[in-house]
Design a protein around this ligand. Structure first.
Ligand code: V55
Ligand code: FE
Length: 486
């Protein structure tokens, strides 16, 4: 008998799934565009066993990977656990052996030294493999078709790092996978690296740098020849781990930084630009180079936006200050001052999970999308974490400054969308946006397909699952020719 904690992190909207399986030819409402030929991958945290601590973080669940394979107007579904070293050790024992989120001090002795990763944050096909990623551990390799796990890789010994980002960017010109790692000299350390992996899977660039303070270095951007990092005041120290408090604490006394370095260097040119009082950023929409200026576009809030990582000083968050708005943070490489030049709001609808047409990563771009919060709308579902907040999908036209949204109704919530181009060479934004909509009343999820530049008309088709998936993190599309290379 599995007894999961009767805690809001494991009940109601966040009840676990723990189901692996296959469904051929899912039921569809509407017509699936025939051009959609490939697979959409996404992942959610889904603890295999009851956690050792009842208040365990959502971010600590084992990665459950879903594949929606689109072909000939049909969709096949497959779902498997990412069989990390942690998953295998716990599966053999029949219970949880690892402890709290990002706290090695709480693990059983039998697993000391094993990678703690859960591969629960992002999945992306590169070099014929599915990379299943968690920022505290190496890259887990899965088969893109069968979803069988091969195991962790160090890329033939060329990338022997303990932690591999979950937020890579693919350089549209070279096809290189651009990524980084942080906390590389052990828990709570400032050592980071930047790297690129070419389309054949070979490490072609490596650089090293230090962040100004230990932080959750969650996402970044590429901007032409530059890599751009955002450091927000999520930090920690050993006393936090010793007392088994939530790993990250928000210290609003610390500055917010943007770091810029050349992608083809060794990291020694890294420059940090500060902003005080700080703001909080997490996910990156895009970054662009504009003469000597670098713009980093991302949702930002006045204070920490993740409620389960508390304020360091123990004060409660102000809910208004936690709301994230799409903003442009600009630094000037020609400036002698190590200060951020400006922060400008560029989107009106508050939201998170920014996406673009990824063919424009690091380039001047016009279109962005987020899932957004329409506070004027009702919600019929149960209360609790992730309940009813993310209720709309918004398209931001950054050239005209206009926005259009679609509300998913009072019973449902959105998961992160993903852009799929109509053809490899079409104009920016020509294609679809696909996103899971979870109905908290019927307990079914639909994968909804939108015309990317006309989301306000609602989905053109719904791919219907016979269950509701758990709130997930991130995912990506792989066109069919990328799957054949596997
Ligand atoms: C995030 C998610 C994570 C994590 C650290 O959204 C940061 C941010 C799903 O796991 O471990
Ligand atoms: Fe993320």
């Amino acid at each position: 008998m599995a007894h999961f904690p009767q805690h809001p992190g494991f009940t109601s909207v966040l009840r676990l799934i723990r189901m692996e399986g296959d469904i051929r030819d899912l039921e569809v409402e509407g017509e699936i565009p025939r051009e959609l030929d490939g697979a959409f991958y996404r992942v959610h945290p889904d603890p295999q066993f009851p956690p050792r601590f009842a208040d365990d973080q959502f971010f600590n669940g084992d990665g459950m990977v879903s594949q929606f394979r689109f072909h000939d107007g049909k969709v096949d579904f497959r779902q498997r656990y990412a069989r990390t070293d942690k998953w295998k050790a716990e599966n053999a024992a029949g219970r949880a052996l690892f402890g709290a989120y990002r706290n090695h001090l709480t693990d059983e002795d039998s697993v000391k030294g094993l990678p703690r990763g859960t591969a629960n944050t992002n999945v992306l096909v590169h070099a014929g493999k599915l990379f299943a990623m968690k920022e505290d551990s190496p890259c887990l390799i899965m088969d893109p078709l069968s979803l069988e796990t091969e195991g962790y890789t160090d890329f033939g010994g060329d990338l022997p790092i303990s932690a591999f980002t979950a937020h890579p960017k693919i350089d549209p010109d070279t096809g290189n996978f651009c990524g980084f790692g942080y906390s590389l000299a052990g828990p709570l350390t400032r050592e980071c690296c930047y790297f690129e992996i070419d389309p054949a899977g070979k490490i072609v660039r490596k650089a090293e740098f230090l962040v100004p303070y230990y932080t959750m270095l969650h996402d970044f951007g590429i901007a032409g020849d530059y890599a751009v990092f955002n450091v927000s005041p999520w930090t920690s120290d050993i006393s936090v781990l010793e007392q088994n408090r939530p790993h990250f604490q928000y210290d609003r006394e610390l500055p917010f930084y943007v770091g810029v370095m050349r992608r083809d260097g060794d990291g020694s040119d890294m420059r940090w630009f500060a902003l005080e009082p700080s703001i909080c950023g997490c996910h990156v929409m895009n970054a662009v180079q504009d003469g000597t200026k670098i713009h980093l576009d991302l949702p930002v809030s006045a204070t920490g936006s993740l409620p389960f990582f508390p304020n360091k000083d123990g004060t409660p968050y102000d809910p208004q200050e936690m709301i994230t708005y799409l903003s442009r943070v600009t630094v000037d490489l020609a400036s002698n001052e190590d200060r951020i030049a400006s922060v400008t709001r560029i989107g009106q609808a508050p939201g998170e999970f920014p996406r673009i047409d990824d063919r424009f990563a690091g380039k001047p771009y016009r279109h962005g999308w987020q899932i957004t919060y329409d506070f004027t709308k009702p919600y019929n579902g149960p209360a609790g974490p992730f309940a009813g907040v993310i209720n709309a999908l918004t398209h931001y036209d950054l050239a005209s400054g206009t926005e259009q949204s679609w509300w998913c109704g009072p019973d449902s919530a959105f998961q992160e969308p993903c852009f799929v181009p109509r053809s490899p060479t079409g104009p920016e934004g020509d294609g679809w946006l696909i996103a899971l909509v979870d109905n908290h009343i019927t307990n079914y999820s639909d994968l909804c397909i939108f015309e990317a530049l006309n989301v306000a008309q609602g989905p053109v088709a719904r791919v219907k699952l016979p269950l509701r998936l758990r709130q997930g993190l991130h995912g990506n599309w792989a066109p069919a020719d990328r799957l054949k290379a596997a």
